[in-house]
Design a protein around this ligand. Structure first.
Ligand code: NDP
Length: 344
């Protein structure tokens, strides 16, 4: 009998890739979803009836949210917590972002501590946002490593949804490490801290007009008209397939225990993405912006990341930006074509 892994938030962009990676490694997987309809849809997509099942957890932030899941799956040895709101649309930051992120994490850990007697490893999907203080991300003198923490305060967090999201990841991850310290937990904790995550959806049939927050960075570029200017957004990024692989390493490799895996493959600007798309898909007739200027912007306007420790633990090479962007765009075009639209 292969080991059983519980994954919260199975409908998510990253989680679907994690589910696939786990199934490829012959794990039995139980995932949580917010409704029976979402669970049934997921089971249909994966078509792995003997290896994948789901439990409904409507809101991870409600007290006792995961108790039943852990009680029903006492043989599970690994818990991966990915479910957390990732959007910048909140009107009530505390309620819509901070509470579900922090309480969701605590609820998962409490249930594991109380009922997950066989759980040996817990992996929490945190973020680069929990590592980097926003004001430092554009300071070229700064080098971020696995040791850094976002210094954001509650007062700054509730000012706007971007701060709110970044704080939600920071406070949730802190709560997790505090929980382990304060409760003499028997399981090993690791966190995975990705930058902006690009790459294709696991299923082309799931590509919608508007995608999840990080995928929408590339999708929204495809919606630009020739005369539009290129948004100045920039940051650290990684491919979703590498993020999924890192979640497996996080519990399989003992060197990852008690560590934060900082997943940054490199820096991007929207101009660097535009340049890659224009070179590969000239027929899309996107704006050109200022081709070839991205490297200079990255060198002069972005902090450095040193994640050599993470890379050593992972033991694989990150997918590069060209492959990630091209695979993402190709999938969006394929999805449009299969819906009867023009793929150009
Ligand atoms: P998605 O929006 O695709 O997935 C979010 C998942 O969380 C969905 O399954 C969603 O359920 C679930 N969820 C959100 N709020 C609740 C709630 N209150 N109760 C139950 N379930 C909830 O985002 P990603 O896949 O991109 O993100 C997954 C994780 O990775 C998050 O923790 C995010 O912070 C983290 N992350 C993402 C990065 C990225 O660039 N994508 C970078 C760094 C970290 P439903 O589908 O039903 O809404």
């Amino acid at each position: 009998m292969t080991a059983k892994v519980i994954v919260s938030g199975g409908t998510g962009f990253i989680a679907q890739h994690i589910l696939q990676e786990l199934l490829n490694h012959n794990y039995r997987v139980v995932t949580t979803v917010r409704s029976q309809a979402k669970g049934d849809h997921l089971l249909k997509l994966f078509n792995s009836p003997s290896a994948l099942s789901y439990e409904v957890v409507e809101d991870v932030g409600k007290p006792g949210a995961f108790d039943q899941v852990l009680q029903n799956n006492q043989d599970a040895t690994v818990f991966l917590h990915t479910a957390s709101p990732f959007h910048f649309k909140a009107t009530d930051v505390a309620k819509e972002l901070l509470e579900p992120a922090v309480e969701g994490t605590k609820n998962a850990l409490k249930a594991i501590q109380e009922y997950g007697k066989s759980i040996k490893n817990v992996v929490i999907t945190s973020s680069f946002a929990a590592v980097a203080t926003a004001a430092k991300t554009t300071d070229t003198k700064v080098v971020f490593t696995e040791k850094d923490w976002n210094e954001i305060t509650w007062d700054e967090a509730v000012k706007n949804p971007i701060n709110g999201y970044r704080a939600s990841k920071t406070f949730a991850e802190r709560a997790a490490w505090d929980f382990v310290k304060q409760n003499d937990s028997k399981f090993h904790l690791s966190t995975v801290n990705p930058g902006f995550t690009f790459g294709p959806q696991l299923f082309t049939s799931e590509v919608k007009d508007e995608l999840n927050t990080s995928s929408e960075v590339i999708n929204s570029i495809l919606k630009l008209k020739p005369g539009d200017s290129i948004p100045p957004f920039k940051g650290g990024w990684v491919d979703v397939r590498d993020v999924a692989k890192a979640h497996i390493v996080a519990f399989e490799n003992p060197k990852a225990q008690n560590e934060r895996l900082l997943l940054i493959a490199g820096g991007f600007t929207e101009q660097s993405i535009v340049d890659l798309i224009n070179a590969k898909f000239p027929q899309l007739d996107l704006p050109k912006g200022e081709p070839g200027t991205a490297d200079d912007v990255l060198k002069t306007k972005l902090a450095t990341v040193d994640n050599s420790k993470t890379k050593e633990i992972l033991g694989f090479k990150f997918i590069d930006l060209g492959e990630s962007v091209i695979d993402s765009v190709q999938q969006i075009l394929d999805a449009k074509k299969s819906k009867g639209g023009s793929a150009l």
